[in-house]
Design a protein around this ligand. Structure first.
Ligand code: PRX
Length: 658
């Protein structure tokens, strides 16, 4: 039995019938041959040349896979390429200058279209500006921007000059930004004055300022003026106005730097099992090949499509499937700054309708919200342009899956449920929409060339329907190569649980529990480690606990995930306080404030339960699993190992009255 977080409340609902992809979809799909699975198997690892062939290489690679120093694999070694060249220049050379690259939809209804030529110009000018500021190859540039065009422009400008970017989600707090800049030793920051939140101006620069105060290194900061007169700001020393820098470099071009396939393209911090975020390192060749291949084979992207991944570029989904994948393939990618319900709950469908979007990719948490709001909102619009729908970030159970297909997909449109992670870089488990049948509630089989398995603690495959650990038994091109804070942490976080180095067995452990059926379809159940997945975003329970125990009056805290209809999983915090501390006072408010300031509003707890003590084993370990059961109203397991079993009843009563 695998202990897991974030049970899907609907998981027990029967999955219902499976569906074949409609013939009209198969006829036009990029990948339609079932033989692709077999071909990848027999040709592995050379099969991945098909992915590399989607890119333009300045120098051909020597080997597809170097596995001598496992788990530190190398993909396409010896190859040279530039990601910005692949996303821009080669499309210009192919005569597609006037083709739309990015269609941006702003929060206030603003619309901007960047053709491939416009985007290339903007990227070149900003790349020149970065060079002026002294950015050198391999310097890490932190980008702390909301969903405005300057974000992908800055990413591609960094890629052009070989400076890895580290994008920090704009909603994260000053502390979170500082931790990430400090860990990466980043001396360059691109941010903005602020952004609109439900129509109000929200100050982003003050968060950036607060972060920089705590850093030891000097930082050059570029500030995008997003709000104009709505939020005047002054620039001080080491601060530069984005527009002024670009104006100074009007018409400049910058030669794309030849990067090694294995050179870092970007760093992406994500939550791990400790309080310290992990700096996941992605490379130029393998990553780009894998995102391009999956954009083509799974998301069925074609150059003439209008494609929309409604994620935030601040997370991996946006990196891979708003920016690098679609632009590498030369398609039109929509970038939406706002929320799905502002100014009204049909906002997304209005955008799909107006832009005749072909492919739409979102998270189950959003689909559950659409369901709750009601079918009348999508019904107001013509969604018949949609050819394929996708989901990512958490499990989608059968009910929202069917609702998505019926009300957004007109009862016909195929859906891909894509399982992957910040560390996998690109999609690893999913159906191929032109080949496989879809089973609502199950992500699907391993993609061709990927060997994802569900195993027990010994590494043996579990029987169909049994829960086990989701591992990947072979390397893949988009895989993270290491953690920025060190190879050792990388090895121990992902390769220590199931790898058997003495037998040269290297298995990657995902941290997820899953089941598998007779056809090899994988259903992901949730995390088994101290990570919870709230509304498709990864949070570390230890990081949240750290923020709570920093509050005066708090003795201990335990954070668990609780099933929530809206968010899949919600944060539930159990807090024990000092004897003379009155939890009825403002303590709850101070706890929430501390979490928001050390992580950000996304980690805000749905409930804070005060208890005189936390339940502990005789050896003093907090019984988190028990607390999770209490939070979810589950039958409690064995409590005999507890030192203080009497506390459990008290906590249950407290939870019920919360
Ligand atoms: O638990 C899995 C869940 O999201 C985790 C990865 O989170 P992150 O690195 O933030 O990347 C999210 C977007 C790629 C996984 O360990 N997850 C992701 N996709 C699915 C999923 N769970 C179930 N089904 C999915 N399709």
């Amino acid at each position: 039995m695998v202990d897991r977080n974030g049970w899907d409340a609907d998981a027990s609902v029967p999955a219902g019938p499976s569906h074949d992809p409609p013939a009209s979809f198969v006829e036009q799909a990029n990948v339609t041959e079932e033989a692709v699975y077999e071909a990848f198997e027999t040709e592995w690892p050379d099969c991945w040349e098909r992915a590399a062939d989607l890119l333009s290489w300045e120098r051909e690679y020597d080997t597809v896979l170097e596995a001598d120093d496992a788990p530190f694999y190398e993909w396409f070694s010896g190859g040279k390429l530039n990601a910005s060249y692949n996303c821009l220049d080669r499309h210009l050379e192919a005569g597609r200058k006037t083709h739309a690259a990015i269609r941006w939809e702003g929060k206030r209804g603003e619309r901007e279209t960047y053709t491939y030529q416009d985007l290339a110009t903007a990227v070149n000018e900003f790349a020149a500006a970065l060079l002026d500021l002294g950015v050198e190859e391999d310097d890490i540039v932190t980008l702390y921007l909301p969903m405005i065009p300057e974000l992908p422009i800055a990413m591609l400008a960094c890629a052009r000059i070989g400076a890895p970017h580290s994008v920090v989600f704009a909603g994260l707090s000053a502390d979170a930004l500082a931790t990430r800049m400090d860990a990466a030793d980043s001396e360059f920051l691109v941010t903005c004055d602020g952004y609109y939140r439900r129509g109000d101006a929200f100050n982003q620069k003050s968060k950036a300022d607060n972060a920089l105060i705590t850093l030891e290194q000097d930082v050059e900061t570029v500030v995008v003026d997003r709000l104009g007169d709505d939020l005047p700001h002054v620039l001080s020393e080491r601060e530069y106005d984005y527009e002024a820098l670009v104006t100074d470099n009007r018409g400049e071009t910058v030669e794309p730097v030849r990067r090694d396939a294995e050179d870092m393209l970007f760093l992406m911090y994500t939550s791990g099992t400790t309080g310290e975020p992990k700096g996941v390192v992605h490379t130029t060749g393998g990553y780009l090949a894998h995102v391009a291949w999956t954009s083509r084979a799974v998301l069925d992207v074609k150059p003439e499509d209008t494609y929309w991944c409604a994620a935030d570029i601040g997370w991996i989904t946006g990196h891979s499937y708003i920016v690098y994948g679609p632009l590498a393939l030369g398609t039109t990618t929509i970038m939406y700054e706002g929320t799905p319900d502002y100014p009204d709950r049909d906002r997304l469908w209005e955008i799909v309708d107006r832009n005749a979007v072909d492919i739409f990719y979102t998270a189950p948490t959003a689909i559950r919200a659409f369901m709750k709001w009601g079918e009348e909102y999508p019904a107001k619009h013509d969604l018949s342009s949609l050819r394929l729908l996708g989901t990512v970030g958490e499990a989608i159970s059968a009910r929202p899956w069917n609702w998505y297909r019926d009300h957004i997909g007109g009862g016909e449109t195929p859906i891909v449920d894509t399982w992957w992670q910040t560390e996998t870089g690109a999609i690893t488990v999913s159906t191929l929409p032109g080949v496989d049948e879809m089973k609502p509630g199950s992500a699907g089989p391993s993609l061709p060339g990927i060997d994802a398995r569900v195993v027990d603690a010994e590494g043996d495959r579990v029987d169909p329907g049994e829960t086990g650990y989701l591992i990947i038994a072979r390397p893949w091109p988009g895989m993270a190569r290491t953690l920025y804070d060190g190879d050792e942490r990388y090895r121990s976080e992902y390769w220590s649980q199931f790898a058997e180095p003495e037998n040269d067995r290297w298995w990657y452990f995902s941290g997820d529990a899953a089941t598998v059926d007779e056809d090899g379809y994988i259903t992901v159940m949730g995390r088994v480690d101290d990570v919870i997945n709230v509304a498709g975003r990864r949070l570390s329970t230890m990081e949240i606990e750290g923020a709570i125990t920093g509050v005066d009056g708090v003795v201990e805290a335990a954070v668990v995930g609780r099933s929530s209809e809206a968010d899949g999983t919600a944060v539930c915090a159990y807090v024990s306080t000092e004897a003379d501390c009155d939890p009825d006072g403002d303590l709850r408010g101070r706890i929430v404030e501390s979490i928001e300031s050390s992580i950000g509003p996304i980690a805000k707890p749905e409930s804070v339960v005060f208890t005189p003590e936390l339940p502990k084993t005789r050896s003093g370990k907090i019984m988190r699993r028990l607390l999770e059961d209490v939070a979810n109203g589950n039958q409690l397991g064995d409590t005999s190992a507890l030192r203080n079993p009497e506390i459990v009843g008290e906590i249950q009563t407290e939870v019920q009255t919360e």
